[in-house]
Design a binder for this molecule. Structure first.
Ligand SMILES: Cc1ncc(COP(=O)(O)O)c(C=O)c1O
Length: 424
C-alpha cells in the first residue's frame, strides 16, 4: 500500500496547477504556509508592479496618473473580479473595507424594508458583522432586533433552523457563505430562494469564499454581497474589499454615506449629491490607489488558473488532508471541526485540540532543522489550516500532519506558554 507521502508525491506530479507555486514570492524554503485563508501570499508580479506604480505612476507622473491610470482603477478591478463571482462589472464596487461595505449594504437594505424589524444571522458568523449590526440597531434602527440562529454542533447550520428563522417580520438575513471557523458553506441558491419566499433580502459575506469556491451571484439570484481581497485573492494586507449589488436592487437602495466619489460627476463640484448609477454609487471617498493597484496581479493569476480548476484542487487537498487527519491525528486527540462532506465546506479546515493554541505555537516556531508551518488560531481551540490551491501542495499537507503528530507525541507544545500575540 502507498504511504501518504507516496500518494502526495503522485498527486503533486499530476497537479495541473503546480506551476503556479512559482508565481509567488518565497522568502524561505523552510516554511509551509497554510494561512492563505487569512492573508494570501505575495504574487511575484505584484512586487514588480508596485515598483512601477510607486516610482513611475506616483513618483514620476504625479497628479497626471489620476487620469492616466488611477481614476478608473476601481472599475477596472471590478470588471476583473465580476466573472470570478458570477456578477456583472457594474454590480461590483471595489474599495473601503469589508466591514464598511457591510455597513453600507446592511443600512441600505434595512431602510428599504419598511415595517420589518428583525435581522437574522447565525452564531457562526464573523464578529465584525455582528458589531456592525449591533451598531446599526444602537445608532440608527432602534426598533430593530437581532436574531441569532444557533448551530447545533458549532460547525454547521441545519435547514430546519434556517427555515424557522424567517417570518413576515424579517427585514434582513445575513450570513457568511463560508464560515470563518469551521468553513461550513451554505448553499447560496437554496438560501436565496428560501428567503425570497418571505421577501427577505440576503446579504452575503463572501470573505472566505471569493477565490476559494465558484460563485454565481447572478445565477443564484443574490441581491447583496461583500467580501475581502486579502485572503484567497492575494491582494495584500488590508487590501480594499468588494461590494456587490444586483442590478434589480441598485435602483431601490441608497448608499448611506454620501461622499464625492459616489457622486455622478465628482469633478463638477456640485453642492447637491446626485448618486452615481450602478455600483459606483457605493463609493465614498478617494480610492486607496496603492492598495488597489496591488490587487490586480493576484486577480490576473486567478483568471489564468480558473476558479473551477482551483476549486477541484482545493477539494482534492482537503479530502486528502481529511483522510490523514482521520488516520493519524484523531487518535491523538484532534477533532475534525469542519463539515465532513467536502460539498459543505470552503477551502480551510479547522482542527480542535485542548492544547490547540500551544500546538499552533509549536508549529510556527519549531525546533532547529524542522520546517515552520504557519496556520492560524481561533479561540477557544481551533487551529485553522488554509488550503490555497495556487501555492499549496499535497506534500505540504503530509509534512503538516507529520509535524502535528510529532508535536503531540513528544509533547513539544509544553515548551510554549499560552500568551497570545495581538494577531493570532
Ligand atoms: C468573514 C469576514 N467578514 C468580515 C471581515 C472583516 O473584514 P475587514 O477587516 O476588511 O473589514 C473578516 C476579516 O477577516 C472576515 O473574515
Amino acid at each position: 500500500m502507498m504511504s501518504f507521502f507516496q500518494k502526495a508525491k503522485a498527486l503533486d506530479s499530476d497537479d495541473v496547477l503546480a506551476g503556479y507555486r512559482n508565481e509567488f514570492y518565497h522568502a524561505q524554503d523552510q516554511m509551509i504556509y497554510l494561512d492563505g485563508n487569512s492573508l494570501g501570499r505575495l504574487p511575484a508580479a505584484t512586487a514588480l508592479w508596485m515598483q512601477d506604480v510607486i516610482k513611475n505612476q506616483w513618483g514620476r507622473d504625479l497628479i497626471q496618473s489620476w487620469n492616466n491610470h488611477w481614476f478608473h482603477l476601481p472599475q477596472r478591478l471590478a470588471a476583473r473580479l465580476a466573472p470570478l463571482i458570477g456578477a456583472q462589472p457594474d454590480e461590483v464596487f471595489i474599495g473601503d473595507s469589508t466591514s464598511v461595505n457591510f455597513y453600507k449594504l446592511a443600512f441600505a437594505a434595512l431602510k428599504s424594508q419598511v415595517g420589518k424589524t428583525t435581522i437574522v444571522t447565525d452564531n457562526l458568523n464573523f464578529p465584525s458583522d455582528y458589531y456592525v449590526l449591533q451598531g446599526l440597531i444602537s445608532e440608527s434602527f432602534p426598533q430593530h432586533s437581532l436574531k441569532l440562529m444557533e448551530s447545533k454542533d458549532g460547525i454547521m447550520m441545519d435547514n430546519e433552523t434556517l427555515i424557522k428563522s424567517m417570518d413576515e417580520h424579517t427585514a434582513l438575513l445575513t450570513l457568511s457563505l463560508v464560515t470563518f471557523k469551521s468553513a461550513f458553506m451554505y448553499d447560496m441558491a437554496q438560501v436565496n430562494a428560501l428567503a425570497q419566499k418571505f421577501d427577505v433580502p440576503v446579504l452575503w459575506d463572501l470573505s472566505h469564499a471569493a477565490g476559494a469556491v465558484p460563485l454565481h451571484l447572478n445565477r443564484d439570484k443574490a441581491h447583496f454581497a461583500v467580501g475581502c481581497t486579502y485572503k484567497y485573492l492575494n491582494g495584500g494586507p488590508g487590501a480594499p474589499a468588494f461590494l456587490y449589488v444586483s442590478k434589480a436592487m441598485q435602483q431601490k437602495l441608497t448608499n448611506p454615506i454620501w461622499g464625492w466619489m459616489g457622486h455622478r460627476q465628482p469633478f463638477e463640484f456640485d453642492f447637491n449629491y446626485r448618486k452615481a448609477s450602478n455600483s459606483a454609487g457605493f463609493a465614498v471617498g478617494t480610492p486607496n490607489i496603492l492598495s488597489l493597484a496591488a490587487i490586480e496581479p493576484g486577480l490576473l493569476l486567478m483568471e489564468k488558473a480558473g476558479i473551477d480548476r482551483l476549486y477541484a484542487k482545493s477539494r482534492a487537498l482537503s479530502v486528502f488532508f481529511q483522510e490523514m487527519i482521520k488516520q493519524k491525528l484523531e487518535p491523538l486527540g484532534f477533532r475534525f471541526a469542519s463539515p465532513a462532506h467536502p460539498d459543505q465546506r470552503g477551502s480551510h479546515i479547522s482542527l480542535q485540540h485542548p492544547e490547540g493554541f500551544r500546538i499552533s505555537k509549536a508549529l510556527i516556531q519549531p525546533q532547529k532543522g524542522v520546517k515552520a508551518i504557519i496556520p492560524d488560531f481561533r479561540p477557544p481551540d481551533n487551529i485553522r489550516f488554509g488550503l490555497a490551491p495556487l501555492y499549496n501542495s499535497f506534500v505540504d499537507l503530509c509534512e503538516c500532519v507529520q509535524r502535528l503528530e510529532a508535536i503531540v507525541l513528544n509533547k513539544e507544545y509544553e515548551a510554549f506558554d499560552a500568551e497570545k500575540d495581538a494577531v493570532t
